[in-house]
Design a protein around this ligand. Sequence first.
Ligand code: ADP
Length: 488
Amino acid sequence: MLELSTIDTAVGRRDLLNDLQEGIWVADGQSRIAFANTALARVLGLASAELLVGRSWRELLPASEATRLGRARPGTDVATAADTMLLGRDGRHVAVRLVLSRRTAGKQPITIGSVTPANAPASASESEVSGATCRQVMENAVDGICVIEQGKTAFANRRFEELTGYTATQVQHLGLDRLISARDRRIIAPLMTQPGQLMSPVHHEVRIVHRSGHELDCELRIVPVESDGRPMLLCFIRDVSQLKQAEQSRNDVVAMLSHDLRTPLAAIKEAMSLLSETAAPRLEDRQRRYLTIAREEIDRLNRMIDNLVEATRMEAGKVVLRLDAVDLAEVLSSAIESLSLLINKRNVSVERNIPTRLPQILGDRDRLLRVLNNVLDNALKYSPVGGTIRVEIKFVDPKAAVLTGNGILPNTGYVQVTISDQGPGIPAEFLDRIFGKFERVDPYGPGIGLGLAIVKSIVEMHHGSVWAQSNLGEGASFNFILPIKENT
Ligand code: ADP
């Protein structure tokens, strides 16, 4: 948890923050709230701001919003503003304007959330924007916008007309569900018949059927609002067909390349193994070393191709876990074995500290092997020659804050795996970022920046979570937690 003096450095004196009208929280690198002011408790209808301390700020958002804002990935000193909902007392949704900013204070990453109730005008000038101006903004928006009241389209802007091929008057009679392809209609049908059921904004990818009959990939965001006591739905439609096509072409290229590269690589690997076995006695040390280097590099290429293929499959949503009882100690041994050439080359020792009666994990063995492979591969890459990598597996204390995070299974035991190295470490502002795709501390360093993004996806698919810690110059440690299989 953050030191209180760190919070003072980052946001000014805490007692002054309690006088503000604006709700404020300060959270550490694991999203845990270390300080919340009284205004935030008031906005959420809570008796005391202390009730928020230790909770994850992500829990304050409805799931769909947490995912959306999580994806927004604010960078260092960059703020993200959003009209969103927070979960107040008794699960009540409170409409707010949220500004999230990430900073570092005393080398620690922190997230500051600042909240104003959505009905409080941010400034006098903003409250004076006229209805006519609002209409112009809507008419000229880049997204298609329509307003639905009692199942009927009460307004549609120009872009909406372009995207659907119908005029606003025609749209009024058609209804939004008729403009969505039959395959996706079931997603929004309940919202049209019972708009009052929708408490917070939702996002879907749908296909819009243009008047000419062709289908268009779009992102649809539906926001429930109230105007003069009448519930309405604001619908925003964004054409993502070009993005989709680009994504599809990229996936096709990756699939083709990886297939075409894998086949000759497998043949080279086989030939190298045969050569090592048959010619080894006749070779000089130097020649044997060359062969080892060639085999190491083939393994490295194979790992890169595997990561590329996995990342593409994940993006396409094609990864399905094959869950079974998994012995983590056995998977760890396999991962260490597959990296043995590198381990020997760098003269690194791998120390294991594993409880004797380690329960089984409910997981997908091959994917967990990939997780361990990727983290160990990095630890090796950054370890000094002759260094030590420590792998520790331990039970997670049921009261640990890490078990209150998003996606963690309630009332379930967890184990934690920690892999520590003695490499250069990772700067504080990168500790979260390196789990994003193509994120690297040194853009010219080795690797392509996919390994940890895959680790994060796989661990989260297992209802776990992953985080990195580091003291710059003293090494890095990667931690992840996974649920224990019941009755083991
Ligand atoms: P890649 O290794 O292919 O670049 P990763 O996603 O595995 O991709 O890692 C992303 C980045 O995180 C690396 O480029 C490196 O900057 C940093 N990193 C990962 N592991 C370590 C480590 N053990 N020590 C120092 N930096 C690391």
